[in-house]
Ligand binder design. Sequence first.
Ligand code: 16G
Length: 241
Amino acid sequence: RRLSRDPATSQPLAYLRLRRAIRNVVEHRDIEPGQALPSERDLSRLLQLSRVTVRKAISGLVEEGLLNQRHGAGTFVAERIIKPMSRLTSFTEDLRARGLNPRSEFSERVIGEVTPEESMALNLSPGVLVARLHRVRYAKEEPLAIERSVVPASILPDPTIVQDSLYQVLEALGARPRRALQRLRAVSLGAQQARLLHVPAGSAGLNIERRSFLDDGRVVEFTTSWYRGDIYDFVAELQTD
Ligand code: 16G
């Protein structure tokens, strides 16, 4: 944190301020998805910032998945939803950052006994109680994903308190996930899932399993999701050993 501040003024550095300003523009949809940002040169002239500062701010937002760069064509607000794989964020946070209003429709919010599969995933003994949430997740009227979350009832005793964001509720309970393991695989969506997601049966989807952990190593969620393949891009930065 200290490194990101100007030691003389203790103000956030210029590129971080610009990054926040552009993030605000995207969040408020002052520039719509698919539309271009002013060129690097125009931004630097307009804002009296160096090209290096502008470039640094933009490349940070490209990494976050909010902006796209097309070689020679410029920088655009991302149209598809680009999810960096190395960040442990929630659906609600991802959508809000894009100026989209997240909403959930629950078909299940109950307490029940853990199944054998869940007890393995959550590291729980047989017979223990878990909270189960089953919902379709929307941006405004558009369904984007189906999600089934299982959380130990010792952490979430009353699943009906989750109205929008599971992670916000967990945070309020002092159990915000800190680390997660995630597996993705390509699937073709069955008739029922396709109907819920408003896409033709057989459309491409991403089946994602996430197990999230607390600092003390307890598993806090086991979530299985079906994300629409026509909307989501999952990206990761790779490094050599
Ligand atoms: C994301 C997570 C899911 C988590 C949910 C919480 C993926 C593939 N899955 O959808 O595991 O439970 O966010 O979102 O990213 P919420 O706080 O908005 O309920």
